[in-house]
Design a protein. Structure first.
Length: 443
């Protein structure tokens, strides 16, 4: 295959992925599912799990090994921009919403799934201890699976809340706030797991922690003020120079490259750059920086799903794998629902409201897939374990839509007003613009 034909095959692959995802979207919407489900299903269907079963080796011919690195590079751009948007719109101030209820629900939604997931991982490790000929450290494996179980996909949760008109209700307000707090904790946990997995000895672990702490300090003390100055200079007179978007994207990529050099996954660099990005500016930054970036990620993220789908092999699970899959889905659902419902009831919520919050917090979406791909690249997950965890993410995300009622609630005392409720959801803007797939709405 010549370089030119290889490049054109990548273009064809992108077109196929976008077209299949778009074709599945109307059907998925009829099933009360967000667009991200259609794109995940499209990615899996184009991989060895479905298209690869047909005569003619269609998956291999359409996505040969030599073009997959190029597709992966394209998807990486979308993932980094997505993680930046998630970090930019993260607001820990939501923890003050409804006081202790948010904090208790957020902690319960992490603690119980993490604990039960870790116990399950200890049982699974023996059958998944070898990846590409290398032994997987049991501690890293257990911590990673526990963290993956604890994740909530804040953006897709926000999209579901908007679609069910729950953003002005106690259920919607508490779910958004609890998921926002929980996401920050989960990403911190994953950063720790990434450090443990990348460090072969204690000295290396201390080195990575030290460099990470130094980089975080530089971001907060130096880069953040510089960004503020840059934004003020490039947004005079109520308008924003097109150069600002270019410079911000460059900053995202450089931050991702820096954390990769330090020894932790590049997604944390993009996420951290989003955390220190100034807020406010009367919506000017949103219209000239965030929304264009969401549109770009809306086009790039489906490529991430095919990169994921090519590593998913459902047929390769076998009978034992199906038993493990059932255990993973069961533990993921019961622990998340059980922890949230118990905390909600303790906070004074009704059984119905606590169950609805539990279903919302159980969604894992694209956030989970990003974490799982990080585990795959770090050598923590083998193909079978990766496949089972992807299917768990798909199942838990698909559960929410059909089981959450579209019933009217009274607006709670002290609830966020409409604008603030939308601000509380990183995906809300993206979801309205792209059907839940663009930018933050993709998760």
């Amino acid at each position: 295959m010549t370089g030119g034909s290889g490049a054109m095959l990548v273009v064809v692959d992108v077109a196929v992925v976008l077209a299949v995802g778009a074709a599945l979207t109307p059907l998925i919407h009829r099933l009360r599912q967000p667009r991200v489900i259609a794109e995940i299903v499209a990615g899996i269907a184009l991989g060895p799990s479905l298209l690869g079963l047909l005569p003619g080796h269609l998956t291999t011919r359409l996505f040969p090994a030599e073009v997959r690195p190029e597709l992966s590079a394209i998807s990486q751009v979308g993932v980094l921009l997505f993680m930046f948007l998630v970090g930019w719109e993260m607001n820990l101030g939501h923890a003050r919403t409804r006081g202790g209820a948010v904090l208790s629900i957020s902690l319960a939604s992490i603690a119980l799934p993490f604990g039960t997931g870790a116990v399950l991982a200890a049982w699974l490790h023996r059958d998944h201890a070898i990846v590409d000929g290398h032994h997987v450290d049991k501690v890293a494996f257990v911590l990673f699976v526990g963290t993956a179980m604890a994740v909530t996909a804040f953006p897709v949760l926000a999209r579901i809340i908007m679609e069910h008109r729950l953003q002005m209700t106690p259920v919607g307000v508490i779910s958004l706030a609890a998921a926002a707090v929980g996401d920050v904790l989960a990403w911190c946990m994953l950063a720790l797991v990434s450090i443990v997995a990348a460090s072969s000895h204690p000295e290396r672990l201390l080195q990575v922690i030290g460099w990470s702490a130094l980089y975080a300090l530089v971001l907060w003390m130096a880069v953040r003020p510089l960004l503020g100055v840059l934004i003020r200079r490039l947004s005079r007179g109520g308008d924003v120079s097109p150069q600002l978007l270019v410079l911000v994207v460059a900053g995202v990529f450089l931050s991702a490259y820096t954390t990769d050099l330090i020894g932790i996954h590049a997604i944390f660099g993009a996420f951290s750059f989003g955390l220190i990005m100034p807020r406010g500016s009367g919506g000017v930054l949103a219209s000239r920086v965030r929304i264009p970036m969401e549109h770009v990620t809306g086009l790039l993220m489906p490529i991430f799903f095919i990169s994921t789908g090519l590593s998913v092999d459902i047929i390769g699970l076998g009978g034992g794998g199906l038993l493990e899959l059932a255990a993973i889905i069961g533990v993921a659902c019961l622990s998340k629902l059980g922890g949230v419902v118990a905390a909600g009831r303790a906070a004074g919520m009704s059984w119905a409201d606590a169950r609805t919050v539990g279903l919302l917090m159980n969604t894992r979406g694209l956030t989970e897939l990003i974490i799982l791909n990080a585990g795959l690249s770090l050598g923590i997950l083998d193909t079978r374990m990766f496949t089972m965890m992807v299917l768990m993410a798909l199942a838990t995300t698909a559960m929410a839509g059909p089981f959450i009622p579209r019933r009217p609630y009274a607006r709670p005392e002290g609830a966020l007003p409409p604008a603030a409720a939308v601000e509380a959801a990183p995906a809300a803007g993206a979801g309205r613009g792209s059907g839940g797939s663009g930018g933050s709405g993709a998760a």
